[in-house]
Design a protein around this ligand. Structure first.
Ligand code: UDP
Length: 486
Protein backbone atom coordinates (compact mmCIF):
# COMPACT_ATOMS: atom_id res chain seq x y z
CA UNK A 1 0.00 0.00 0.00
CA UNK A 2 2.78 2.42 0.91
CA UNK A 3 5.40 3.12 -1.70
CA UNK A 4 8.55 4.39 -0.10
CA UNK A 5 11.93 5.01 -1.52
CA UNK A 6 14.07 7.33 0.48
CA UNK A 7 17.55 8.18 1.55
CA UNK A 8 18.14 6.30 4.79
CA UNK A 9 20.66 8.91 5.91
CA UNK A 10 17.87 11.51 6.22
CA UNK A 11 15.42 11.60 9.13
CA UNK A 12 12.09 10.09 8.08
CA UNK A 13 9.15 11.82 9.78
CA UNK A 14 5.43 11.09 9.52
CA UNK A 15 2.95 13.96 9.91
CA UNK A 16 -0.68 13.38 10.86
CA UNK A 17 -3.23 16.24 10.92
CA UNK A 18 -6.83 15.86 12.04
CA UNK A 19 -9.58 16.80 9.54
CA UNK A 20 -10.29 20.50 8.95
CA UNK A 21 -8.35 22.89 6.72
CA UNK A 22 -7.15 24.89 9.75
CA UNK A 23 -5.26 21.74 10.82
CA UNK A 24 -4.27 20.29 7.45
CA UNK A 25 -2.82 23.52 6.00
CA UNK A 26 -0.25 24.28 8.74
CA UNK A 27 0.82 20.63 9.14
CA UNK A 28 1.27 20.36 5.37
CA UNK A 29 3.41 23.50 5.51
CA UNK A 30 5.48 21.91 8.28
CA UNK A 31 5.91 18.80 6.11
CA UNK A 32 7.15 20.88 3.15
CA UNK A 33 9.37 22.97 5.38
CA UNK A 34 11.05 19.90 6.90
CA UNK A 35 11.77 18.55 3.43
CA UNK A 36 12.92 21.78 1.78
CA UNK A 37 14.80 23.49 4.61
CA UNK A 38 15.83 20.67 6.93
CA UNK A 39 16.64 17.84 4.56
CA UNK A 40 14.09 15.39 5.97
CA UNK A 41 11.94 12.80 4.26
CA UNK A 42 8.26 13.25 5.21
CA UNK A 43 5.24 10.99 4.85
CA UNK A 44 2.09 13.09 5.19
CA UNK A 45 -0.85 10.96 6.36
CA UNK A 46 -4.15 12.12 4.91
CA UNK A 47 -7.37 11.10 6.71
CA UNK A 48 -9.76 10.83 3.77
CA UNK A 49 -13.02 10.13 5.65
CA UNK A 50 -15.45 12.99 4.87
CA UNK A 51 -12.63 14.98 3.22
CA UNK A 52 -13.78 18.41 2.01
CA UNK A 53 -13.32 19.58 -1.58
CA UNK A 54 -10.70 22.07 -0.33
CA UNK A 55 -8.74 19.24 1.33
CA UNK A 56 -8.82 17.10 -1.80
CA UNK A 57 -7.82 20.11 -3.90
CA UNK A 58 -4.84 20.82 -1.66
CA UNK A 59 -3.54 17.27 -1.31
CA UNK A 60 -4.72 15.49 -4.41
CA UNK A 61 -4.88 18.03 -7.24
CA UNK A 62 -2.43 17.66 -10.15
CA UNK A 63 -0.31 20.26 -8.37
CA UNK A 64 0.66 17.47 -6.01
CA UNK A 65 3.09 16.32 -8.66
CA UNK A 66 4.94 19.53 -7.81
CA UNK A 67 5.59 18.30 -4.27
CA UNK A 68 9.25 18.57 -3.37
CA UNK A 69 11.09 15.26 -3.74
CA UNK A 70 11.14 13.63 -0.31
CA UNK A 71 7.51 14.44 0.53
CA UNK A 72 4.79 11.88 -0.09
CA UNK A 73 1.07 12.03 0.73
CA UNK A 74 -0.36 8.73 1.97
CA UNK A 75 -4.12 8.30 2.15
CA UNK A 76 -5.67 6.57 5.15
CA UNK A 77 -8.67 4.94 3.42
CA UNK A 78 -12.17 6.18 4.28
CA UNK A 79 -13.93 4.47 7.20
CA UNK A 80 -17.65 4.09 7.78
CA UNK A 81 -18.70 6.18 10.79
CA UNK A 82 -22.42 6.28 10.00
CA UNK A 83 -23.36 4.15 13.01
CA UNK A 84 -21.45 6.46 15.37
CA UNK A 85 -22.64 9.93 14.31
CA UNK A 86 -25.84 11.68 13.31
CA UNK A 87 -26.82 15.03 11.78
CA UNK A 88 -26.73 16.51 15.29
CA UNK A 89 -23.18 15.39 16.13
CA UNK A 90 -21.09 18.48 16.87
CA UNK A 91 -17.81 19.30 15.12
CA UNK A 92 -15.21 18.12 17.66
CA UNK A 93 -17.09 14.92 18.43
CA UNK A 94 -17.45 14.08 14.74
CA UNK A 95 -13.83 14.95 14.06
CA UNK A 96 -12.61 12.85 17.02
CA UNK A 97 -14.69 9.86 15.90
CA UNK A 98 -13.31 10.14 12.36
CA UNK A 99 -9.76 10.21 13.74
CA UNK A 100 -10.41 7.38 16.20
CA UNK A 101 -11.87 5.07 13.56
CA UNK A 102 -9.26 5.92 10.88
CA UNK A 103 -6.36 5.37 13.24
CA UNK A 104 -7.85 2.20 14.69
CA UNK A 105 -8.12 0.61 11.30
CA UNK A 106 -4.95 1.83 9.56
CA UNK A 107 -2.34 3.78 11.50
CA UNK A 108 -0.34 0.87 12.91
CA UNK A 109 0.00 -0.92 9.59
CA UNK A 110 0.87 2.29 7.71
CA UNK A 111 3.55 3.26 10.23
CA UNK A 112 4.96 -0.25 10.21
CA UNK A 113 5.16 -0.29 6.42
CA UNK A 114 6.99 3.03 6.44
CA UNK A 115 9.93 1.38 8.20
CA UNK A 116 12.08 3.19 10.72
CA UNK A 117 10.65 6.59 11.60
CA UNK A 118 12.41 9.16 13.76
CA UNK A 119 9.13 10.81 14.79
CA UNK A 120 5.41 11.21 14.21
CA UNK A 121 4.04 14.77 14.42
CA UNK A 122 0.31 14.92 15.25
CA UNK A 123 -2.04 17.76 16.00
CA UNK A 124 -4.16 18.33 19.13
CA UNK A 125 -6.96 16.00 18.11
CA UNK A 126 -5.06 12.89 17.01
CA UNK A 127 -4.07 11.78 20.49
CA UNK A 128 -5.19 8.18 19.91
CA UNK A 129 -1.86 7.91 18.05
CA UNK A 130 0.11 8.03 21.32
CA UNK A 131 -0.60 4.37 22.26
CA UNK A 132 0.14 3.09 18.77
CA UNK A 133 3.41 5.01 18.64
CA UNK A 134 4.42 3.85 22.08
CA UNK A 135 3.93 0.27 20.95
CA UNK A 136 6.10 0.95 17.88
CA UNK A 137 8.66 3.04 19.84
CA UNK A 138 8.11 6.14 17.71
CA UNK A 139 8.57 9.50 19.50
CA UNK A 140 5.40 11.56 19.05
CA UNK A 141 5.34 15.36 18.90
CA UNK A 142 2.26 17.57 19.06
CA UNK A 143 1.97 20.48 16.64
CA UNK A 144 -0.17 23.17 18.26
CA UNK A 145 -2.39 24.75 15.60
CA UNK A 146 -3.17 27.78 17.73
CA UNK A 147 -1.75 30.29 20.24
CA UNK A 148 0.49 29.92 23.28
CA UNK A 149 -2.34 31.48 25.31
CA UNK A 150 -4.55 28.59 24.26
CA UNK A 151 -1.83 26.04 24.95
CA UNK A 152 -1.41 27.38 28.49
CA UNK A 153 -5.19 27.16 28.98
CA UNK A 154 -5.13 23.63 27.56
CA UNK A 155 -2.43 22.53 29.99
CA UNK A 156 -4.44 24.07 32.84
CA UNK A 157 -7.80 22.53 31.87
CA UNK A 158 -7.38 19.15 33.64
CA UNK A 159 -6.60 21.03 36.89
CA UNK A 160 -9.59 23.29 36.37
CA UNK A 161 -11.73 20.24 35.73
CA UNK A 162 -10.67 18.72 39.06
CA UNK A 163 -11.00 21.89 41.11
CA UNK A 164 -14.17 23.52 39.77
CA UNK A 165 -17.50 21.82 40.38
CA UNK A 166 -19.90 24.09 38.54
CA UNK A 167 -20.05 24.90 34.85
CA UNK A 168 -17.15 27.21 33.93
CA UNK A 169 -19.64 29.59 32.32
CA UNK A 170 -21.23 30.09 35.76
CA UNK A 171 -17.99 31.32 37.32
CA UNK A 172 -18.23 34.92 38.44
CA UNK A 173 -14.69 35.88 37.53
CA UNK A 174 -12.28 35.33 34.67
CA UNK A 175 -10.18 32.16 34.79
CA UNK A 176 -6.67 32.89 35.97
CA UNK A 177 -4.40 30.62 33.97
CA UNK A 178 -0.99 30.63 35.78
CA UNK A 179 0.97 33.78 34.86
CA UNK A 180 -1.04 34.36 31.65
CA UNK A 181 -3.74 36.89 30.77
CA UNK A 182 -7.00 35.87 32.52
CA UNK A 183 -9.51 34.15 30.23
CA UNK A 184 -12.85 35.95 30.31
CA UNK A 185 -15.87 33.73 30.72
CA UNK A 186 -17.42 35.15 27.55
CA UNK A 187 -14.26 34.23 25.63
CA UNK A 188 -14.28 30.58 26.69
CA UNK A 189 -14.26 28.23 23.75
CA UNK A 190 -17.51 26.50 22.83
CA UNK A 191 -16.24 23.04 23.74
CA UNK A 192 -15.86 23.89 27.44
CA UNK A 193 -19.11 25.82 27.89
CA UNK A 194 -21.13 22.72 28.75
CA UNK A 195 -19.26 20.05 30.68
CA UNK A 196 -21.99 17.46 30.34
CA UNK A 197 -21.78 16.93 26.59
CA UNK A 198 -19.45 14.87 24.42
CA UNK A 199 -17.72 17.95 22.98
CA UNK A 200 -16.27 18.71 26.42
CA UNK A 201 -15.31 15.10 27.08
CA UNK A 202 -13.38 14.87 23.83
CA UNK A 203 -11.69 18.23 24.43
CA UNK A 204 -10.64 17.23 27.95
CA UNK A 205 -9.41 13.85 26.75
CA UNK A 206 -7.22 15.32 24.00
CA UNK A 207 -5.88 18.20 26.09
CA UNK A 208 -5.12 16.09 29.13
CA UNK A 209 -2.89 13.96 26.87
CA UNK A 210 -0.63 16.87 25.88
CA UNK A 211 2.01 15.83 28.43
CA UNK A 212 2.39 12.49 26.60
CA UNK A 213 4.17 14.27 23.74
CA UNK A 214 7.95 14.14 23.33
CA UNK A 215 7.80 17.84 22.43
CA UNK A 216 5.28 20.52 21.47
CA UNK A 217 5.71 22.67 18.35
CA UNK A 218 4.19 26.15 18.46
CA UNK A 219 3.37 27.82 15.15
CA UNK A 220 4.39 31.38 16.03
CA UNK A 221 7.57 33.26 16.88
CA UNK A 222 9.17 34.54 20.06
CA UNK A 223 8.01 38.19 19.70
CA UNK A 224 4.30 37.44 19.23
CA UNK A 225 3.28 36.19 22.69
CA UNK A 226 6.27 36.73 24.99
CA UNK A 227 4.23 36.75 28.22
CA UNK A 228 2.51 33.39 27.70
CA UNK A 229 5.73 31.83 26.41
CA UNK A 230 7.60 32.97 29.52
CA UNK A 231 4.84 31.54 31.73
CA UNK A 232 4.88 28.11 30.06
CA UNK A 233 8.65 27.92 30.21
CA UNK A 234 9.18 29.26 33.72
CA UNK A 235 6.12 28.99 35.97
CA UNK A 236 6.22 26.12 38.46
CA UNK A 237 2.72 24.96 37.49
CA UNK A 238 3.80 24.02 33.95
CA UNK A 239 7.07 22.56 35.19
CA UNK A 240 5.34 20.16 37.57
CA UNK A 241 2.90 18.79 34.93
CA UNK A 242 5.57 18.24 33.44
CA UNK A 243 5.09 20.18 30.21
CA UNK A 244 7.05 18.65 27.32
CA UNK A 245 9.79 20.81 25.74
CA UNK A 246 8.29 23.71 23.76
CA UNK A 247 9.69 24.46 20.28
CA UNK A 248 8.65 27.81 18.80
CA UNK A 249 9.05 27.29 15.05
CA UNK A 250 6.70 29.57 13.11
CA UNK A 251 5.04 31.27 11.48
CA UNK A 252 4.65 28.42 9.00
CA UNK A 253 1.95 29.64 6.64
CA UNK A 254 0.63 28.71 3.25
CA UNK A 255 2.82 30.04 0.47
CA UNK A 256 1.23 29.62 -2.94
CA UNK A 257 -2.12 28.52 -4.23
CA UNK A 258 -1.60 26.11 -7.12
CA UNK A 259 -3.26 25.46 -9.38
CA UNK A 260 -5.20 28.75 -9.48
CA UNK A 261 -8.80 28.62 -10.62
CA UNK A 262 -10.23 31.09 -13.12
CA UNK A 263 -12.02 32.81 -10.26
CA UNK A 264 -8.74 33.12 -8.28
CA UNK A 265 -7.04 34.73 -11.26
CA UNK A 266 -9.95 37.15 -11.70
CA UNK A 267 -9.79 38.14 -8.06
CA UNK A 268 -6.05 38.89 -8.23
CA UNK A 269 -6.42 40.79 -11.50
CA UNK A 270 -9.12 42.94 -9.86
CA UNK A 271 -6.83 43.61 -6.87
CA UNK A 272 -4.06 44.71 -9.27
CA UNK A 273 -6.28 47.61 -10.36
CA UNK A 274 -7.03 48.94 -6.85
CA UNK A 275 -5.01 51.58 -4.96
CA UNK A 276 -2.51 50.68 -2.23
CA UNK A 277 -4.06 49.51 1.11
CA UNK A 278 -7.56 50.32 -0.15
CA UNK A 279 -9.33 46.93 -0.10
CA UNK A 280 -11.04 45.34 2.88
CA UNK A 281 -10.92 41.54 2.75
CA UNK A 282 -13.65 39.54 4.49
CA UNK A 283 -13.31 35.78 4.99
CA UNK A 284 -14.37 33.57 7.87
CA UNK A 285 -11.94 30.67 7.61
CA UNK A 286 -12.78 27.26 6.29
CA UNK A 287 -15.80 26.56 8.45
CA UNK A 288 -17.32 29.96 9.21
CA UNK A 289 -20.93 30.66 8.27
CA UNK A 290 -23.32 33.45 9.30
CA UNK A 291 -27.05 33.53 9.86
CA UNK A 292 -29.13 35.02 7.07
CA UNK A 293 -29.94 38.06 9.21
CA UNK A 294 -26.27 38.62 10.13
CA UNK A 295 -25.09 38.28 6.54
CA UNK A 296 -27.65 40.91 5.51
CA UNK A 297 -26.29 43.32 8.14
CA UNK A 298 -22.70 42.65 7.06
CA UNK A 299 -23.55 43.34 3.42
CA UNK A 300 -25.29 46.57 4.34
CA UNK A 301 -22.45 47.63 6.64
CA UNK A 302 -19.99 47.10 3.79
CA UNK A 303 -22.09 49.00 1.31
CA UNK A 304 -22.65 51.93 3.67
CA UNK A 305 -18.92 52.16 4.46
CA UNK A 306 -18.21 52.85 0.77
CA UNK A 307 -14.90 50.98 0.93
CA UNK A 308 -13.52 48.65 -1.70
CA UNK A 309 -13.85 45.02 -0.61
CA UNK A 310 -13.49 41.32 -1.39
CA UNK A 311 -16.20 39.33 0.38
CA UNK A 312 -16.03 35.53 0.56
CA UNK A 313 -19.60 34.36 1.05
CA UNK A 314 -21.23 31.08 1.94
CA UNK A 315 -24.86 30.13 2.04
CA UNK A 316 -26.12 31.36 5.42
CA UNK A 317 -27.31 28.93 8.05
CA UNK A 318 -29.13 29.50 11.33
CA UNK A 319 -27.95 26.28 12.95
CA UNK A 320 -24.16 26.48 13.16
CA UNK A 321 -21.37 29.08 13.07
CA UNK A 322 -19.05 26.42 11.64
CA UNK A 323 -21.43 25.19 8.94
CA UNK A 324 -18.81 24.36 6.28
CA UNK A 325 -16.14 22.80 8.52
CA UNK A 326 -16.43 19.39 6.81
CA UNK A 327 -17.41 20.40 3.29
CA UNK A 328 -15.70 23.68 2.44
CA UNK A 329 -14.73 24.40 -1.12
CA UNK A 330 -17.54 22.48 -2.77
CA UNK A 331 -20.33 24.96 -2.26
CA UNK A 332 -20.36 27.29 -5.26
CA UNK A 333 -23.92 28.53 -4.99
CA UNK A 334 -25.27 31.82 -6.28
CA UNK A 335 -24.79 34.66 -3.72
CA UNK A 336 -27.65 36.55 -5.38
CA UNK A 337 -30.00 34.13 -3.64
CA UNK A 338 -29.06 35.30 -0.15
CA UNK A 339 -27.41 38.74 -0.33
CA UNK A 340 -29.68 41.82 -0.02
CA UNK A 341 -31.57 42.56 -3.19
CA UNK A 342 -29.56 44.77 -5.55
CA UNK A 343 -26.37 44.52 -3.43
CA UNK A 344 -24.29 42.99 -6.23
CA UNK A 345 -25.41 45.61 -8.74
CA UNK A 346 -24.95 48.57 -6.39
CA UNK A 347 -21.44 47.51 -5.34
CA UNK A 348 -20.26 46.48 -8.80
CA UNK A 349 -16.73 47.75 -9.39
CA UNK A 350 -16.31 48.67 -5.72
CA UNK A 351 -16.46 45.17 -4.36
CA UNK A 352 -15.95 41.60 -5.39
CA UNK A 353 -18.17 38.83 -4.02
CA UNK A 354 -16.73 35.32 -4.25
CA UNK A 355 -18.57 32.21 -3.17
CA UNK A 356 -16.97 29.80 -0.69
CA UNK A 357 -13.18 30.03 -1.12
CA UNK A 358 -10.43 32.40 -2.31
CA UNK A 359 -6.65 32.05 -2.31
CA UNK A 360 -6.49 33.90 1.00
CA UNK A 361 -2.73 34.20 1.32
CA UNK A 362 -2.45 35.72 -2.14
CA UNK A 363 -5.10 38.27 -1.26
CA UNK A 364 -3.40 39.15 2.04
CA UNK A 365 -0.03 39.43 0.31
CA UNK A 366 -1.36 41.85 -2.28
CA UNK A 367 -0.37 45.50 -1.78
CA UNK A 368 -3.97 46.69 -2.37
CA UNK A 369 -5.27 44.79 0.67
CA UNK A 370 -5.58 47.22 3.59
CA UNK A 371 -7.41 45.27 6.31
CA UNK A 372 -9.04 41.92 7.02
CA UNK A 373 -12.34 41.09 8.73
CA UNK A 374 -11.37 37.71 10.17
CA UNK A 375 -12.99 35.03 12.28
CA UNK A 376 -9.62 34.81 14.05
CA UNK A 377 -8.66 31.25 13.24
CA UNK A 378 -4.96 30.92 14.06
CA UNK A 379 -3.80 30.41 10.47
CA UNK A 380 -5.69 33.47 9.30
CA UNK A 381 -4.10 35.48 12.11
CA UNK A 382 -0.58 34.33 11.19
CA UNK A 383 -1.22 34.97 7.50
CA UNK A 384 -2.55 38.46 8.18
CA UNK A 385 0.28 39.52 10.49
CA UNK A 386 2.91 37.92 8.26
CA UNK A 387 1.73 40.24 5.50
CA UNK A 388 1.39 43.33 7.69
CA UNK A 389 -2.40 43.47 7.44
CA UNK A 390 -4.43 44.69 10.48
CA UNK A 391 -7.66 42.92 11.43
CA UNK A 392 -11.23 43.52 12.47
CA UNK A 393 -12.18 40.57 14.66
CA UNK A 394 -15.32 38.55 14.07
CA UNK A 395 -14.85 35.37 16.12
CA UNK A 396 -17.37 32.60 15.54
CA UNK A 397 -16.43 29.29 17.16
CA UNK A 398 -13.71 27.21 18.84
CA UNK A 399 -11.00 29.31 20.56
CA UNK A 400 -11.51 32.31 18.25
CA UNK A 401 -12.90 34.65 20.94
CA UNK A 402 -9.73 34.11 23.01
CA UNK A 403 -7.61 34.80 19.94
CA UNK A 404 -9.56 37.98 19.17
CA UNK A 405 -9.12 39.38 22.68
CA UNK A 406 -5.40 38.65 22.55
CA UNK A 407 -4.98 40.40 19.18
CA UNK A 408 -6.77 43.50 20.41
CA UNK A 409 -5.49 43.75 23.97
CA UNK A 410 -2.00 42.25 23.85
CA UNK A 411 -0.73 42.37 20.29
CA UNK A 412 -2.34 45.61 19.12
CA UNK A 413 -3.06 44.62 15.52
CA UNK A 414 -6.84 44.39 15.64
CA UNK A 415 -10.05 46.06 16.64
CA UNK A 416 -13.02 44.16 18.01
CA UNK A 417 -16.26 44.13 16.11
CA UNK A 418 -18.14 41.28 17.65
CA UNK A 419 -17.65 39.32 20.82
CA UNK A 420 -18.94 36.12 19.57
CA UNK A 421 -21.12 33.45 18.14
CA UNK A 422 -24.68 33.30 17.02
CA UNK A 423 -26.21 33.42 20.49
CA UNK A 424 -24.83 36.90 21.07
CA UNK A 425 -27.36 38.51 18.79
CA UNK A 426 -27.02 40.34 15.53
CA UNK A 427 -24.30 42.89 14.82
CA UNK A 428 -26.03 45.88 13.27
CA UNK A 429 -25.05 47.52 9.98
CA UNK A 430 -24.24 50.90 11.58
CA UNK A 431 -21.71 49.36 13.98
CA UNK A 432 -20.13 47.42 11.13
CA UNK A 433 -19.93 50.53 8.94
CA UNK A 434 -18.37 52.58 11.75
CA UNK A 435 -15.67 50.02 12.60
CA UNK A 436 -14.78 49.55 8.94
CA UNK A 437 -14.30 53.30 8.54
CA UNK A 438 -12.16 53.49 11.69
CA UNK A 439 -9.78 50.90 10.27
CA UNK A 440 -9.78 51.92 6.61
CA UNK A 441 -9.81 55.70 7.07
CA UNK A 442 -8.74 56.61 10.61
CA UNK A 443 -5.51 57.01 12.60
CA UNK A 444 -6.35 53.91 14.61
CA UNK A 445 -6.20 51.87 11.40
CA UNK A 446 -2.85 53.39 10.53
CA UNK A 447 -1.45 52.59 13.99
CA UNK A 448 -2.60 48.98 13.73
CA UNK A 449 -1.11 48.68 10.24
CA UNK A 450 2.24 50.02 11.51
CA UNK A 451 2.19 47.50 14.35
CA UNK A 452 1.31 44.65 11.96
CA UNK A 453 4.23 45.65 9.72
CA UNK A 454 6.59 45.75 12.68
CA UNK A 455 5.52 42.20 13.59
CA UNK A 456 5.80 41.09 9.96
CA UNK A 457 9.47 42.11 10.05
CA UNK A 458 10.09 40.23 13.27
CA UNK A 459 8.32 37.14 11.84
CA UNK A 460 10.53 37.30 8.73
CA UNK A 461 13.59 37.54 10.94
CA UNK A 462 12.53 34.55 13.04
CA UNK A 463 12.41 32.39 9.92
CA UNK A 464 15.76 33.54 8.51
CA UNK A 465 17.71 30.57 7.20
CA UNK A 466 20.43 29.63 9.66
CA UNK A 467 20.02 32.57 12.03
CA UNK A 468 16.32 33.10 12.87
CA UNK A 469 15.03 31.93 16.27
CA UNK A 470 12.28 29.75 14.77
CA UNK A 471 14.65 28.29 12.20
CA UNK A 472 17.18 27.40 14.89
CA UNK A 473 14.52 25.96 17.17
CA UNK A 474 13.33 23.48 14.53
CA UNK A 475 16.90 22.81 13.48
CA UNK A 476 17.76 21.62 17.02
CA UNK A 477 14.93 19.08 16.92
CA UNK A 478 16.02 17.86 13.49
CA UNK A 479 19.56 17.39 14.83
CA UNK A 480 18.14 15.17 17.59
CA UNK A 481 16.27 13.15 14.96
CA UNK A 482 19.42 12.84 12.88
CA UNK A 483 21.29 11.53 15.91
CA UNK A 484 18.79 8.68 16.12
CA UNK A 485 19.17 7.41 12.57
CA UNK A 486 20.66 3.96 12.85
N1 UDP B 1 -8.56 29.77 3.57
C1 UDP B 1 -8.38 30.07 2.25
N2 UDP B 1 -9.43 30.59 1.57
C2 UDP B 1 -10.64 30.83 2.13
C3 UDP B 1 -10.82 30.54 3.49
C4 UDP B 1 -9.74 30.01 4.19
O1 UDP B 1 -7.30 29.89 1.68
O2 UDP B 1 -11.54 31.33 1.43
C5 UDP B 1 -7.44 29.19 4.32
C6 UDP B 1 -6.73 30.26 5.13
O3 UDP B 1 -5.76 30.91 4.34
C7 UDP B 1 -6.19 29.46 6.29
C8 UDP B 1 -7.17 28.32 6.49
O4 UDP B 1 -7.91 28.24 5.28
O5 UDP B 1 -4.92 28.93 5.95
C9 UDP B 1 -8.15 28.58 7.61
O6 UDP B 1 -7.53 28.33 8.80
P1 UDP B 1 -7.87 29.15 10.13
O7 UDP B 1 -7.02 28.58 11.20
O8 UDP B 1 -7.75 30.59 9.89
O9 UDP B 1 -9.40 28.90 10.40
P2 UDP B 1 -10.31 27.58 10.50
O10 UDP B 1 -10.70 27.27 9.13
O11 UDP B 1 -9.50 26.52 11.14
O12 UDP B 1 -11.45 28.03 11.33
Amino acid sequence: MVEVEYDTMKPHIAVLPSPGMGHIIPLFELAKYLVVHHNCHVSFLNITTEASAAQTHLLRSPACTLLPPGLQVIDLPPVDISALVSEETLVLTRLSIIVQESLKSDLKSVLTELGKLQALVIDFFCTQAFEICRELSIPTYTFCTTSTAFLSFALYLPTLDREVECEFVDLLESIQVPDCAPVRIEDLLDQVRNRKIDEYKWMLLHLSRLPMATGIFLNLWEDLEPKSLKAIREHSFYKQIPTPPIHVIGPLIKQDEVPMTEMDAECLAWLDKQPLDSVLFIALGSGGTLTAAQLTELAWGLELSRQRFILVVRKPTDTSASGTFFNVGGDFNDPKAYLPEGFLERTKGVGLVIPSWVPQVMVLRHASTGAFISHCGWNSILESISHGVPMITWPLYAEQRMNATMLVEEVGVAIKLSTGGQEKGIMGREVIERVIRVVMEGDKGKMMRDRARELKDSADKALNFGTGSSYKSLSCVVQEWKAHIS
